[in-house]
Design a protein around this ligand. Structure first.
Ligand code: KG4
Ligand code: ZN
Length: 372
């Protein structure tokens, strides 16, 4: 079973080939350089870039694997959530290819694909507790199997990745700042008392929802009170992390410490909710066997390390994908399509779905959608 995955939900144009659940090749064209000029993703530009690159990347991928479209058994495409125009490019491409070459197509959920991406590298034991932390989402799920989920909590404002990107912006660092903040934090020492762990107490009981606006505000106040941090941020922007750190500039050292403190507060907050979720699932008899950490922020060094400690504490198997599977990619889309197809086949269904499916934007809830 050879499945082509197509991912165009945000600013990466990605295609991948998964054969019987194993990725054989993938290709990603990042638009980061285009959007960095504007300090964030510009939706119209994202759609144009997908439109420009998707057919070219498809030809490269197929040619270098010596494949023709008639060799494909299935097409799996991300239908949302994401930027509507960007998704439309991928979905239209998938439908045209499916129609032209008579290949079944499945439209899959981008969030579910993130959560299951680690399945390309290792087996996941269920039930699992799943934390999806990306640029657009911070969602906590109880997953009884690869295809059955219950949403336990979600962010009420910024996503964890967004909170990193906005923090980076406050420091004068380029977009997207998550990986840069990580690189700086690795060179600094965290002060656990510098920033709050927002929304970890709520009148009337515990909530599994997240809120990062308080953390952002605290960071802004700290930067305003310490303007030399901004100068250090500009130095990092201009010469890079390595050179700025090697300069021995004290403000750069302070910047590294602040980044470490910020990521500690963010990760503490994320894992506080995971602990609460674990305890409540355990009490209800649905003891999770593994913890899935997924999405772009799962690439963060500190978050990965602290997730390992969390899993050791509660005897959970840690399922975190390698870096290239944390951020947006098409292997996870192809893999999910493959899983769904096999499941449908077991239930006696054959083929893909009718070509009249639509895309859906971030925040738009689909009927029966358990992910948002
Ligand atoms: O999953 P993803 O590629 O795209 C979405 O679906 O949103 O996640 C991108 C997000 C960005 O906010 C980026 O800053 C963040 O993941 N990110 C990181 C790291 N690498 C990427 N955040 C913290 N530390 C990192 N190492
Ligand atoms: Zn994503």
């Amino acid at each position: 079973m050879l499945c082509l995955g197509i991912e165009t939900s945000c600013d990466e144009t990605a295609l991948a080939l998964v054969r019987d659940g194993i990725c054989i090749d993938s290709i990603v064209s990042s638009q980061v350089g285009v959007h960095a000029l504007f300090g964030g993703v510009v939706p119209e530009l994202a759609s144009r870039e997908h439109f420009r690159y998707l057919p070219v990347l498809y030809d490269i991928l197929m040619e270098r694997n010596g494949l023709l479209s008639s060799d494909l058994d299935l097409i799996s495409v991300a239908r949302g959530p994401g930027l509507l125009g960007a998704l439309l490019v991928g979905v239209s491409f998938a439908k045209a290819l499916a129609f032209g070459a008579s290949i079944p197509v499945l439209a899959v959920n981008h969030l579910q694909a993130h959560l299951l991406a680690v399945g390309l590298e290792r087996e996941i034991s269920f039930p699992a507790l799943g934390l999806l932390v990306s640029g657009g989402h911070t969602h906590l799920y109880s997953m009884s199997s690869a295809l059955e989920y219950c949403l336990l909590g979600r962010t009420l404002d910024d996503a964890a990745g967004e909170a990193c990107d906005k923090f980076a912006k406050m420091l004068g660092l380029p977009y997207p700042g998550g990986a840069l903040i990580d690189a700086l934090a690795c060179r600094g020492e965290a002060d656990a008392a510098l920033f709050p762990r927002p929304y970890t107490q709520k009148a009337g009981g515990q909530t599994l929802d997240f809120s990062f606006s308080g953390l952002k505000t605290a960071a802004l106040s700290h930067i305003r009170a310490n303007p030399s941090l901004l100068g250090a941020g500009h130095l990092v922007r201009d010469v890079g992390v390595e050179a700025a750190f090697a300069s021995g500039d004290l403000a750069v050292r302070a910047l590294c410490d602040v980044c470490a403190s910020y990521l500690l507060a963010l990760t503490d907050t994320l894992l506080f909710k995971c602990r609460a979720a674990f305890v409540s699932l355990r009490e209800s008899g649905a003891l999770p066997r593994s913890f899935i950490l997924a999405g772009g922020v799962a690439a963060n060094t500190q978050t990965r390390e602290m997730a390992r400690l969390f899993c050791d504490e509660y005897d959970l198997e840690l399922c975190v994908p390698s870096f290239s599977l944390c951020t947006d990619n098409a292997s996870m889309i192809a893999y999910l399509g493959y899983l769904q197809y096999m499941e449908a086949e077991k239930a006696g269904f054959k083929g893909g779905q009718p070509l009249n499916f639509a895309c859906f934007a971030r925040g738009q809830k689909e009927p029966g959608d358990v992910f948002l």
